[in-house]
Design a protein around this ligand. Structure first.
Ligand code: AMP
Ligand code: GLY
Length: 423
């Protein structure tokens, strides 16, 4: 079968790298892809939200499955677009429809879903400019720190955590009345603050049954010790050992089962990944958020730990027989270190030539790269996700950092402390 992966980051390189190993995949295409995906398939220069151009490519290349990496095309209804068009309705789309994607696209919608299905999550209420004074009252009823979330997608920036009540009120006003995050903050969810350690659990579902993929922990801040600005993610570790003392069993019973059952009962026809952001609060799971896709860079640590044929699992998702598919996980640790352009997550330069890629031994997933005249150039903030695999975290990190030191480009940056809190 010919397959198209939509997206251009490290996540999409990892998914493509894995799919390319399957005997069930004939030609693999990536839109738009990067210099790394060009090694495992054919890049198509199409924007992830240009559904009409994706349709033409699907017809031209006789593609029978589309795997959607990022949330944007999902929230914009790429699966609905395929289902509504007779020429392409036979093509399997791995990723939820717009109704399912709203679980990531609207914080209020996802909190309401959790409430309906009794899924543990922080106490909350949502407000608009019309009832902002009720928002102030709700803030007064909570203890600091205060958690304010723009309801809509805000490129990962829409969550504010504030120590001070009057600042929280000013920020609420900025979000609701002065469009601090544009349309996304026309509605704001205010939440109780959760304490504990965070981790992410990934589920693949055909809408009825599910497979729980390896869990991971990511490192969101730019600075060592997890300080400074938020990024897309500077590293990831899988497995997360502290989750294996019964915590993941609780996650399955209290979160995964009711989530998939709820999606099924409410007629979501959900087919794809669910990424559950969780807080381990004194050994009890609390859901922080749902995402409707895989995480990046978590995918670059999670996918290498899946031994089974990913294409076989995706066929199970598409055909509704995921339950019958075998699913095996590699017990080794995968540790991913992200190399970024200097300055990221603020302004940074692109088009820097990369050297040293040929001497690497671990898995080097490309994120922001492109090929120009057979040279690899930087083309984004996050440039590579380097994954080492070994029997334990220390060895896996050693393998990743050994290769990180071989890869060179002007003004590169990376965190030297990935996994520091899990030792
Ligand atoms: P979200 O976009 O909902 O994942 O929020 C971004 C980050 O803010 C999360 O990964 C957490 O680190 C933090 N966060 C969100 N909600 C809460 C909460 N209720 N309590 C504590 N931290 C939170
Ligand atoms: N690494 C976090 C995310 O993909 O949302």
């Amino acid at each position: 079968m010919n397959v198209l992966v939509v997206g251009s980051g490290g996540r999409e390189h990892a998914l493509s790298w894995k799919l390319a190993q399957s005997e069930k995949v004939n030609d693999l295409f990536i839109a738009p892809g990067n210099a790394g995906t060009a090694d495992v398939g054919t890049n198509l220069s199409i924007h992830v939200n240009d559904f009409e151009a994706i349709k033409q490519a699907v017809l031209f290349h006789d593609i029978k499955m589309v795997v959607v990496g990022p949330e944007d095309p999902l929230v914009n209804g790429i699966r609905n677009f395929f289902e509504a068009d007779d020429e392409i309705s036979h093509v399997a789309v791995i990723g939820p429809n717009a109704m399912g994607a709203k679980l990531e696209g609207s914080k209020e919608y996802s909190k309401e879903f959790m409430m309906r299905h009794n899924i543990p999550t922080a106490k909350y209420a949502s407000f608009t400019a019309d009832n902002i004074s009720a928002g102030y009252k709700f803030l007064e009823s909570l203890k600091p720190p205060y958690v304010l979330k723009a309801d809509g997608l805000a490129a990962g920036k829409g969550v504010l955590i504030l120590e001070n009540l009057s600042i929280a009120k000013l920020e609420l006003e900025a979000m609701l009345s002065n469009a601090k995050f544009g349309e996304a903050s026309k509605k704001v969810v205010i939440e109780e603050f959760l304490t504990g350690i965070e981790l992410s659990v990934f589920v693949l579902t055909d809408g009825k049954s599910y497979k729980i993929l390896p869990e991971a922990k990511d490192y969101k801040r730019i600075g060592e010790g997890d300080i400074g600005l938020n990024t897309g993610g500077m590293g990831a570790i899988s497995p997360v050992l502290f989750a294996h003392d019964g915590f993941l069993d609780k996650v399955e019973e209290q979160v995964v089962k009711p989530t998939v059952d709820g999606l099924n009962k409410e007629g979501f026809d959900y087919k794809g990944f669910i990424f559950i952001g969780l807080m381990n609060q004194d050994g009890e799971p609390q859901v922080v958020e749902y995402n409707v896709r895989m995480g990046d860079p978590e995918t670059e640590a999670v996918i290498p730990r899946i031994k089974s044929d990913l294409m076989d699992l995706f066929e199970g998702v598409a055909e509704g027989n995921l339950k019958e598919k075998s699913f095996e996980i590699d017990s080794r640790t995968a540790s991913t270190v992200v190399m970024v352009s200097g300055g990221y997550p603020e302004a940074y330069e692109k088009n820097k030539e990369v050297t040293g890629l040929n001497n690497t031994e671990s898995l080097v997933f490309h994120a922001g790269t492109k090929i120009d005249d057979s040279k690899v150039l930087t083309n984004g903030g996050r440039v590579f996700a380097v994954t080492g695999m070994a029997e334990n975290q220390e060895e896996a990190l050693k393998a990743a950092y050994t290769d990180v030191q071989k890869i060179k480009f002007d003004k590169l940056n990376y965190r030297t402390d990935i996994g520091f809190d899990l030792k």
